[in-house]
Design a protein around this ligand. Structure first.
Ligand SMILES: Cc1cc2nc3c(=O)[nH]c(=O)nc-3n(C[C@H](O)[C@H](O)[C@H](O)COP(=O)(O)OP(=O)(O)OC[C@H]3O[C@@H](n4cnc5c(N)ncnc54)[C@H](O)[C@@H]3O)c2cc1C
Length: 569
């Protein structure tokens, strides 16, 4: 069946060119589509890949798209799987990790709790100027032999379900063209071409909004204090290279530096706690910042920080009913699902879905049965989506709690580095039999995480009820992730290349680490709020899960976190 894929009508003067063919046609040449094209060609240079991208290249730098901060999976994907390390090192910015300030309503940032690294952790990540990166990806794709058509708008999708080629109609240079493809991958982002055609859109109960803009110049948090010791807490003293999160109840504000010399800024918030209509113009966003993050607002009012753009999304999160099909089509990137930008998982999910799609296409080209794998990979992908969503859903009220939120960040990172990140970075994502053997560990990790999110939520609620969380926002402590030995080691170990037996042992150790941390968090939550167990589920809550490994049994074990992490008001 043929349907029109996007709303603008095809010009009546458009003429039809002769038919074309490709093994794979990628709809949309943004981050996901161009990365996939490169990955496919690196894996099998004989494959013919065409990318159809609506925008003309080169695209502008800086004020282009959001999605500028990478974390370990996405960074590994771009640097190592796609082989782009040199570009990242020389044309983008090496990121100084995440950094969080609990600074709602405050100008004295150096007196607020700061969470971050004092030195850069071993596994690298980068801040990405998206325009610069997509221009580079377009050139790189062509260097690999990808047929990259910019200024090409997909208009028609005639999708086969009988093994015959799919047929795509697109407009390019004023003419209408047709291309036949064995595989079609939708990487059209929020345009969601295949999602609309097959009515795959699915909602999300995570109701959060975002507004963002870019300004000229660099914003350096080190200039927000005259205290030389505070400035020197980081080596090198480059807080500006971090993804800086300024946190408060129900929201966070990002500062991301871009290599083109601009700074990206954005407010992300729980829709009920900070309605979008209080910030959906630049003027309103600045007024909101003057109330919630006045030090940042002061910095932004300097004349050198000229505004470049402003945009927003209402309810940015969504799911999808199907992303991989045995009928030789797939969705990747924002054409499929989107979670929440707090830990920058967008590029991670692009890396994961592209890798799964590459494997499906490779299996098909080898003549192997690939359709059952489409189902397995989809379950896996939706599982990652759901598990990662638990870090965000219902947790925004915690974001300003300077006592509990740092613990949550450590927990969330431990979970990520324990299971999902090693799987991807260790190149095990498509090893289905290994995944089967690892299932009990992954199930245990999942259950611990759900219980930990509930525990942290209950702890935050108890703090709010008793007014216990506010004062320690002012103590000027640095909660230094670099100095947590086991945390540092988990980060370093992400790139260990292990055989399957050693990998299984590593995952078991990582889950044991999660149990230790969970045990300690439960004990500390009980110390802070002796009746907290009443708020936890009797069957799935942390106390029930830890069972024999109760806090008292582990009382002599080395603490996971030093006392400063548990500072109470
Ligand atoms: C507020 C916010 C902050 C975020 N921050 C981060 C972050 O810090 N780090 C991170 O990793 N991720 C982040 N993300 C996610 C990130 O933005 C996405 O993961 C990423 O941009 C998705 O890339 P994509 O290629 O799927 O989509 P896009 O980059 O949107 O690419 C889709 C392409 O398809 C093209 N297209 C559309 N329709 C057609 C058509 N009919 N014909 C031809 N081409 C077409 C478009 O022109 C576009 O170039 C954030 C997201 C949000 C909402």
């Amino acid at each position: 069946m043929t349907t029109t894929a996007s709303s603008p009508p095809i010009s009546s003067s458009a003429s039809l060119s002769s038919a074309e063919n490709a093994d794979v046609v990628v709809l949309g040449g943004g981050l996901a589509g161009l990365s996939l094209a490169i990955q496919l060609k690196r894996r099998d240079p004989s494959m013919s890949v065409t990318v159809l991208e609506r925008r003309a290249h080169p695209v502008p730098e800086a004020a282009f798209k959001v999605g500028e901060s990478t974390v370990e999976i996405g960074a590994h994907y771009f640097a190592n799987v796609l082989g782009l390390r040199e570009h990242l090192d020389t044309r983008q910015l090496r990121k100084f990790g995440f950094r969080f300030f609990f600074s709602d309503g405050r100008r004295d940032i150096d007196r607020c709790t700061e969470l971050g690294v004092s030195e850069i952790l071993p596994t690298p990540s980068w801040q990405i100027d998206r325009g610069r990166f997509e221009n580079f990806l377009g050139e790189e794709a062509q260097r690999y032999g990808v047929r990259f058509l910019d200024g090409a708008v997909v208009r028609e999708l005639d999708m086969a379900d009988d093994g015959a080629p799919h047929r795509i109609g697109y407009e390019h240079d004023g003419a209408m063209h047709r291309i036949a493809a064995t595989w079609v991958v939708d990487a059209s982002g929020r345009a969601g071409l295949l999602k609309r055609k097959f009515e795959l859109a699915d909602g999300s109960d995570h109701d959060a909004n975002a507004v963002w803009w870019r300004v000229d110049g660099k914003i350096d948090p080190n200039l927000w204090s005259d205290d030389a010791d505070w400035r020197a807490r980081c080596t090198p003293p480059d807080r500006w290279r971090s993804t800086n999160h300024m946190c408060g109840d129900g929201y966070w504000f990002w500062l991301i530096p871009l290599s083109s010399g601009a700074h990206s800024l954005g407010i992300v918030c729980d829709a009920a706690m900070h309605p979008l209509d209080t910030m959906n113009t630049h003027e309103k966003a600045m007024a909101w910042l003057r109330t919630h993050q006045p030090r940042v607002a002061d910095a932004l009012s300097a004349p050198e920080h000229m505004l470049q753009d402003f945009a927003f999304f209402r309810k940015f999160s969504y799911a999808c009913k199907r992303v991989f099909s045995g009928d030789r089509w797939a969705l990747t990137g924002e054409a499929g699902v989107f979670l929440d930008p707090f830990y920058s998982p967008g590029s991670d999910f692009i890396a994961i879905s592209n890798t799964l799609i590459c494997d499906l296409i490779a299996k098909d080209r080898d003549g192997a049965p690939f359709a059952p794998y489409a189902e397995i990979y989809q379950q896996l992908y939706f599982g990652f989506y759901e598990n990662t969503m638990t870090l965000y859903r219902g947790q925004y009220p915690l974001f300003g709690d300077a006592q509990v939120m740092p613990l949550k960040v450590i927990w969330d990172y431990t979970y990520y580095w324990a299971l999902l990140a090693p799987l991807f970075c260790g190149d095990k994502l498509t090893e289905v039999s290994l995944l089967g053997r690892l299932r009990p560990q992954f199930e245990r990790g999942r259950a611990l995480n759900i219980a930990a999110q509930a525990l942290l939520r209950a702890w935050g609620e108890a703090n709010r009820t008793t007014g216990a969380s506010a004062a320690d926002a002012l103590d000027g402590r640095l909660l230094d992730q670099f100095r947590i030995e086991w945390f540092h080691e988990m980060n370093r170990a992400l790139h260990d290349m292990l055989d399957n037996r050693a990998f299984q042992q590593r995952i078991a150790q990582n889950v044991a680490r999660m149990e230790d941390l969970a045990t300690e968090l439960l004990q500390r939550a009980r110390d802070a709020h002796p009746y907290i167990d009443a708020a936890l589920d009797a069957e799935t809550g942390m106390a029930a899960l830890l069972g024999a490994a109760s806090p008292n049994d582990r009382a002599t074990a080395e603490p996971s976190l030093r006392a400063v992490w548990y500072a109470a008001a």
